[in-house]
Design a protein around this ligand. Sequence first.
Ligand code: GLY
Length: 283
Amino acid sequence: MAIQLIVHGGAGLVAGEHHAAVMATCSAAVASGIAHLREGGTALNAVEIATRILEDDPLFNAGYGSVLNRDGKVEMDALIMDGRTFQIGAVAAVSRLKNPISLARRVMEATPHHLLAAGGAEQFAAEQGFELVPPEHMIAPRQLATKSDGDTVGAVALDSAGNVAVAVSTGGVRGKLAGRVGDSPIPGAGGWADNALGAACATGVGEGIMRALLTFRAVNLLETHGAQAAAEAAVALFEQKFGGDGGLILVDREGKVGIAHNSPFMPVAWLNGDQISAQVAQK
Ligand code: GLY
């Protein structure tokens, strides 16, 4: 059975001087997740492993290095979903977690809920033994000095047992109002996974992605379209009907990938045969 892992580093403007670095981190994220899948590991673990690597790189708008809201604070959202069980874990508007994706997974596995927000999510994190860092420690110097390049990170995977999973993590949009939550932690918007079809992960301006329920739409297009055609059809509708701005990655049940965006750039990396391919996809 095929395995696959594809990651993205966020739709948006990626300065040329950063292209090599973002492709290197995307490739490293795929390499780590694929190593796990080659040992028989799960798609769920693989997307978490890959997303943590992207969260840790301050070049990406997720985890450390997230964009700042209107009050100069980091507020992050994340979601993980298991396509085998339809179980979901998500967190919204958290400021003190280095790796929100791992807290999202704990919400999925240790609570009867799907989404915890803000102070309640951080209280749960503390109870579960997660380190809570001072909020200012999540602010990378480049966020004070420059404009962010991209939006959101994410990963979708297929494991050797035929299970698909998705993980998404973001700092949201620069200058957002405190308490604003985007698409990323919303099932069917930021991410969706269904073993019968595949899994998808979105990036871009969250309000449009929520209006379109972009990843639910893209995954369901796999009933009638190939992977790349489904991604392109979903993004075309996203733009034309919902006025959306962004993109998505997806994987089907055979491990074929789809990549589509209407943003200027979207860094991606995936398993291409035996090799890892990486590119800053451009419009
Ligand atoms: N796509 C991330 C956000 O809008 O929050």
